[in-house]
Design a protein around this ligand. Structure first.
Ligand code: AMP
Ligand code: ZN
Length: 456
């Protein structure tokens, strides 16, 4: 039985799928105007662990992750510029090329983190007709109004608007910020469609029944989740910043249009924090995965670090903690490489692991169990089989540490042994560095040389 903390109820609930044995999972994906930072990636590691846990429990998961390649404005208040067009202007590239480049870079990051790729990764710009259709549906039902700059959703028409975030709507006027858009009836109303300005040369714009323009940021997720997963679907995920605005507005649009809930479970991941602040592009305190690699950190060390914190807790990032994670992972790989081929899974450890991970994805508890297993008195071949079973969820690619070495490297290892026997240590060291360059680390043990892989 999988238990998950549902933001809708603020409780840990038993997960019950809509169709037996199947799960529809929608994850809010990246806005592809820049490289993802490791804060964003923490959220996708959480989504990946969720998917793997569901699969570990025998569910067939259909996972959809959108790519926002238009319409995400620099402010949540529907003012400011489109992030993609702004960046394109800044660097002098086309918005279309830019989004392609950063989508490809994002997929590479997912692969490096051993995140299983979602079955469907739909782009907002490929689904403009579906978004227009949804806005028309909302218009017909009386949930929209037009202002000089676009079509807006009238949140006062929906009686439970803001339920996910438990927004206190009665206090909204007193607490309202100075609105830049005076035509908005409430500060919570949000754009469904924005008109291109007459004096603005946009690269991405489309005709619509109301005028040329582009979609508001939230409508893509409502349109695409329903298209690929139906409504309601099972689980919707994202970072906690999505609770008050993006997911609240997705719920409003979808539930107003179809008169039924959008999704049964909403799960939100906490922030990665660096130097006391949320890691973010606007704050400028970011690291990308490539920057970490350039400094000699393995991407999977960042995955390990992410697993050390529960997804609903803040994770304080530092290079020091990343190094500690890298050391732990290296030590785990070394240990695994010295084990013989796996045989049978130890059922008791497997049961304990399942209990932990099924309890709202307790990854820190599961990692503790990894070390308990490693230090146990079980035979190594059983430890290996059990650890590889855990790794189906943890995704640390531990099986790779045990792969057989290729013939050429084996030959080098033999030559190095011969050089050592001759006490030609200069030659032995030279060969060792050749082996390192091939992606293996050698360890001399009483039983002869052992090796493990440092990269895939
Ligand atoms: P964006 O590309 O801005 O739409 O963000 C992509 C995802 O990253 C969203 O689910 C955000 O909630 C999440 N996110 C943004 N900043 C952080 C952070 N510092 N830590 C964890 N997740 C984050
Ligand atoms: Zn979304």
């Amino acid at each position: 039985m999988v238990k998950l903390f549902n933001t809708l109820t603020r409780k840990i609930e038993e997960f019950k799928p809509i169709s037996e044995g199947k799960v529809g999972l929608y994850e809010c994906g990246p806005t592809v105007y820049q490289y993802a930072h490791i804060g964003n990636l923490r959220t996708y590691i959480f989504g990946d662990v969720l998917r793997r846990v569901l699969e570990f429990n025998g569910y067939q998961v259909k996972e959809v992750m959108n790519i926002t390649d238009v319409g995400h404005l620099t402010s949540d208040q529907d003012s400011g510029e489109d992030k993609l067009e702004k960046e394109a202007k800044k660097v002098g590239e086309s918005a279309w090329e830019l989004s392609q480049k950063y989508t490809a870079a994002f997929v590479e990051d997912l692969k490096k983190l051993n995140i299983l790729l979602p079955e469907i990764m739909p782009k907002a710009t490929d689904h403009i007709p579906e978004q227009l259709g949804l806005i028309q549906k909302l218009e017909l039902k009386g949930f929209t109004y037009q202002t000089t700059d676009g079509i807006y959703f009238d949140t006062s028409k929906l009686k439970d608007y803001g339920k996910l975030a438990r927004l206190n709507l009665s206090g909204q006027q007193a607490g309202a910020r100075v609105e830049e858009n005076l035509e908005k009836r409430s500060q919570h109303d949000f754009a469904l469609w924005k008109f291109s300005k007459p004096d603005e040369a946009r690269q991405m714009e489309w005709d619509s029944p109301w005028g040329t323009g582009f979609p508001g940021w939230h409508i893509e997720c409502s349109a695409m989740s329903t298209m690929y997963l139906g409504q309601p679907f099972d689980i919707h995920t994202g970072g906690i910043d999505h609770i008050p605005v993006h997911h609240t507005n997705e719920i409003a649009q979808s539930e107003a249009a179809y008169g039924k809930s959008l999704a049964n479970y909403f799960l939100h991941g906490e922030f990665l924090v660096w130097n006391e602040a949320k890691m973010g592009k606007s704050a400028g305190n970011i690291f990308t995965l490539s920057q970490l690699s350039e400094q000699g950190y393995d991407s999977l060390s960042f995955r390990y670090l992410s697993l050390t914190a529960h997804y609903r807790s803040k994770l304080n990032f530092s290079l020091y903690s990343l190094q500690a994670a890298q050391n732990a992972l290296t030590s785990l790989r070394q240990t695994v490489s010295s084990w013989p081929a796996p045989t049978e899974v130890n059922r008791e450890f497997e049961k304990k692991f399942k209990e932990k991970i099924n309890h709202d994805l307790d990854t820190p508890g599961s990692l503790a169990l990894v070390w308990e297993l490693v230090g146990s008195s079980l035979p190594d071949e059983i430890k290996a089989a059990t650890l590889f079973r855990f790794d189906e969820v943890l995704g640390l690619n531990l099986l790779q540490s045990q792969v057989n070495i290729d013939l050429a490297t084996q030959k080098l290892i033999n030559e190095r042994e011969e050089a050592r026997d001759r006490k030609d240590f200069a030659k032995a060291d030279l060969i060792r560095s050749q082996i390192t360059n091939l992606g293996y680390i050698l360890r001399d043990t009483e039983a002869g040389p052992k090796w493990f892989k440092t990269r895939d």
